[in-house]
Design a protein around this ligand. Structure first.
Ligand code: IPE
Ligand code: IPE
Ligand code: MG
Length: 245
């Protein structure tokens, strides 16, 4: 299947809503956290797959603003897993020249998670390959509100004029400034929604939904998603005739 890919049309940026860990565990008669633990193999496969295929940016929705409302044990379990996984994967990232970054309200993370993340970001900062962006304590509405606040502050300080607020200026106040919008967004587990993920950035992204539960996601599923993407005609509001090569 990999041979069917057009190497000239690999998405530069892929974003993934990694969903279905709880249902995966439930099917096995296990606790939800068991599913989260088994999600790590899928994360590794997605990172390695994206890296091998020449993807430049991979954004993984790892923990949403709304996920703080889950039962305390699950939140604590997820945070502990985050710390452990980041620590374990730094050597893999160094070996594969991967840069680690994050979007979201990372100040709200427990201190150990915050520190581990900061350390991994610093260690990998001078790498030049795939940029891996973890969306942590992230939601699109939170991000848009933050951007509005930052812009309003600049206007109130006299540093920015209202008439100068363009789409580009707005985008530069988002968490994703310097990151191109995703060409492809994948959601696993058969849910057909965005769940407050990159609301601004997904404006013209191609969406791929798969019933595969996240812990079962492997490189072949990533390849299938990219193949699906390569069949799409991206029109950006124009007519089909206008965009034909
Ligand atoms: C995704 O799997 C992981 C996170 C949201 C942290 P879920 O935990 O949402 O699994 P389901 O959707 O309940 O099956
Ligand atoms: C979205 O999944 C968030 C992450 C994958 C981190 P959810 O499981 O939280 O989404 P909903 O609640 O089903 O919309
Ligand atoms: Mg879910």
């Amino acid at each position: 299947m990999k041979e069917e890919l057009d190497p000239n049309r690999i998405p530069r940026h892929i974003a993934i809503i990694m969903d279905g860990n709880g249902r995966w565990a439930k099917k096995k008669g296990a606790m939800r956290i068991f599913g989260h633990h088994h999600a790590i193999k899928a994360v590794r496969d997605a990172i390695e797959g994206a890296n091998n295929l020449g993807v430049k940016y991979l954004t993984l929705f790892s923990f949403s603003t709304e996920n703080w409302s889950r039962p305390k044990e699950e939140v604590e379990g997820l945070m502990a897993l985050l710390v452990k996984t980041i620590a374990n994967e730094v050597p893999m990232m160094m070996k594969n020249n991967i840069v680690m970054d994050s979007i979201g309200d990372i100040d709200s993370l427990p201190e150990t998670a915050y520190k581990q993340l900061k350390e991994a970001k610093e260690k990998t900062a001078s790498n030049t390959g795939l940029k891996l962006i973890l969306a942590l304590s992230y939601s699109g509405q939170w991000e848009l509100t933050q951007a509005a606040r930052r812009i309003a502050q600049k206007v109130s300080d006299g540093k920015l004029k209202v008439d100068d607020i363009s789409q580009e200026v707005f985008a530069n106040h988002l968490e994703t400034k310097d990151i191109p919008d995703p060409e492809l967004m994948i959601r696993t587990s058969g849910e057909f929604r965005i769940s407050n993920f990159l609301l601004w950035q997904l404006a013209y992204t191609e969406l791929h939904f798969t019933p595969v539960l996240w812990p079962d996601f492997r490189e072949k599923h990533l390849v299938a998603a990219i193949l699906d993407y390569q069949k799409r005609e991206r029109r950006f509001g124009k007519t089909g005739e206008q965009v034909k090569p």
